[in-house]
Every structure is written in C-alpha cells, then in structure tokens.
Design a binder for this molecule. Structure first.
Ligand code: TXA
Ligand code: MG
Length: 326
C-alpha cells in the first residue's frame, strides 16, 4: 500500500504537471492536474486516446463541485449525499474555467469523488481536481492492480501508487444530469434501480440504443486475443470443437470442474456478481497472456445485478471481433 511519503511525492509530480497512476475503488486511474491543460494532454498521449474523449475529474469532496460545475441540480446533491465517496460519476454543466482538453470541447464535465483511501489521501493533499481516465491503453482492459498499470505503461508512467486490488473491479456508473431527465450513460456497480430509488424518478437502464458517453463504442475493454461470449451449456462443446481444429482455447467458466479436454485452459470465475466483477479484468488479462488464440467466456445471467458485467463482456467480444477482422 502506498505510504504517506509516496503520496506526497505523487502530489509533487501532479503539481509539476506530471502523470500519476493511482488506485480507486473501481479501477486504477491515470491522473493529471485537471486545471493544467498541458498536463492533461499528456494523459491522451500516453494512452493513445483521441482528444474527443472527455475525462473524469476526481475530487476530494462534493463541496468542490461548485468549482467545476456552473449548475448543480438537486438530484446531484441527493446522489452525492447518497453515493459519494463511491463508484458514481455525474455529468453536469461545466464551469467556465474547465479546460476543453478535459471536456473534449463539450459544455459538460464528468465529476466523481472516489472512496479508495489512497485516492482520498492523494486528492485531499493535492487539493484540486485530478483528471483521470482508466489507466490502460486506449480500448484495452482496465487495470485493477498497480502491477497491471506498470505492465501497461512501463517507463512512460514512473509514478504508480499501489493500493492493492481495486475493490469493485469495473468502471463507475455514469449518470448525465446536465439535461432535463437523468440519463444513464454507463452501467456500473451502482445500478439503474438504485439511482431510481434514490431520486424517486425513473432512471432508465442503458439499453442497446440508449445514448452513450461520448467516445464509448462497441469496441472497448478488449483483450488482444479474440474473445467469444458463449451460452454456458455450449462452452465445453465449442471448446472441444475449436481444439479439434488445432486452436489453443482458454475458457472463463462458472464451473470449477474442468472437463477433460486436452489443450483447454479452464479458468473458474466466481458465481456471484460482485466477486465476478472484482476478478474480471485480472482474469481477462491472465487469459490474454496465457498463450491461447481464442478466449471463450461463458455468458453470465441476464439479470440487473450482472448488467455492468454483461456490458463490459459484450464490448470485449465486439472489440476482439473487430481486431480479428482487421
Ligand atoms: O471508474 C471510473 O470511472 C474510472 C476511475 C479511474 O475513476 N475512470 C474511467 O475513466 O473509467 P474513462 O476515461 O476510462 O471513462 C470515462 C468515461 C468515458 O467514456 C467518457 O466518454 C465519459 O466518461 N465522459 C467523460 N466526460 C464526459 C462528459 N462531459 N459527458 C459525457 N461523458 C463523459
Ligand atoms: Mg477506460
């Protein structure tokens, strides 16, 4: 775990316009001083991320909202009270001073108060907002350990604060409060039902055709190895058939009982949604590095508790399919 001294050093790096990778309860972030446009540009360069993709500004406390948003609707106060610090990002109309580099030129800004103790200390000592996307190369699997971040960026990001394994394991829920009705832009651990309950007005679950956060598209969260989502009862049959065609197959399955198929790397995923999410990106990274040429993922249940997981897996499969096609 990062020491107070390491956190002080990271604060100095941020003040000098450098990059700091830090843990949050969702995934690791790649941070820069959000009020320093040149520093934020470095994030885009290191990630290989297009400038049109806005980044989230992380804050120590909800009272800082007023410096970043020019309009804070009652719903934002309610949700901040209920879910912050925690894995919820709110989109609000931006304050005039917020850089276009942060917002991708939009009139809105994404804000979140994370709960990880290292993130909280870093933010409290730094005092300002830290702009941070997930600490992974563009389109790839997010990082849930400091080791993942180091492997992802190497010498390009020397300052990595270690906060152990990210607790939640998938990115925050994103809710747009900048217009009339709240719009869910990204599913996450906090569900549409919970938001609906907290607000007392319907927050629609993000469907296939629902609006999405700018820059998010089907191809995202993808390992390098082609990934296929398969119905559970077919996993063994499909794996066996691929092996007969000479493929090296890895399976992320729900059952720990590995069927006896030579040449298949069988990884058992937790059967409960929170544990599955926590382990998801580490599992995908391990499968990606296992030397297989196809990853099969047994499709999780289609119920609301699994919505965010199904969203990430669907995109991982779409990304892998696109890679395979090009
Ligand atoms: O859990 C998380 O949210 C992590 C941790 C590090 O906080 N961060 C994260 O950042 O996942 P990133 O950049 O990988 O995803 C942020 C998403 C992007 O899809 C971006 O388009 C959206 O937030 N976003 C940022 N600003 C926005 C805005 N003004 N309006 C709509 N969407 C926005
Ligand atoms: Mg990301």
């Amino acid at each position: 775990m990062a020491t107070a001294r390491e956190i002080d050093l990271a604060v100095a790096v941020l003040r000098a316009g450098g990059l700091v990778a830090f843990p949050t309860e969702t995934v690791y972030g790649l941070g820069a001083d959000a009020s320093n446009a040149e520093a934020v540009k470095k994030i885009f360069a290191v990630k290989g991320r297009p400038a049109s993709h806005p980044v989230i500004v992380h804050l120590a406390d909800a009272v800082q909202l007023a410096s970043w948003a020019r309009e804070i609707p009652e719903a934002a106060h309610l949700l901040a009270q209920r879910f912050w610090p925690g894995p919820l990002t709110l989109i609000l109309r931006r304050a005039r001073a917020v850089s276009d580099v942060v917002t991708g030129g939009q009139d809105t800004v994404a804000l979140r108060v994370p709960s990880h103790p290292v993130a909280r200390q870093l933010l409290a000592r730094f005092g300002g907002g830290i702009a941070a996307p997930s600490a992974n190369r563009f389109g790839r699997v997010s990082a849930t350990t400091a080791g993942h971040v180091r492997r992802e960026f190497g010498d390009a990001v020397p300052c990595v604060l270690d906060g152990g394994e990210a607790d939640v394991g998938i990115e925050s829920t994103i809710l747009d409060l900048s217009g009339g009705a709240p719009v869910l832009l990204r599913t996450g651990w906090i569900t549409a039902e919970e938001l609906t309950r907290a607000l007392g007005i319907e927050v629609a679950a993000a469907g296939e055709d629902a609006p999405r956060a700018p820059g998010t598209h089907a191809r995202h969260y993808a390992p390098q190895t082609p990934l296929m989502l398969v119905e559970g009862d077919l996993a063994v049959e499909i794996a066996a058939s691929l092996v007969r065609q000479g493929r090296r197959v890895a399976v992320l399955a729900f059952s720990a009982a590995q069927p006896l198929i030579a040449g298949v790397n069988w990884v058992a995923a937790p059967g409960e949604a929170a544990a599955y999410a926590h382990a998801l990106y580490a599992n995908l990274r391990a499968l990606d590095e296992s030397g297989c040429d196809t990853i099969l993922v047994e499709r999780p249940p289609r119920d609301p508790a699994w919505a965010a997981i199904n969203d990430r897996l669907t995109r991982a499969a779409a990304g892998a399919a696109e890679d395979a096609a090009t």
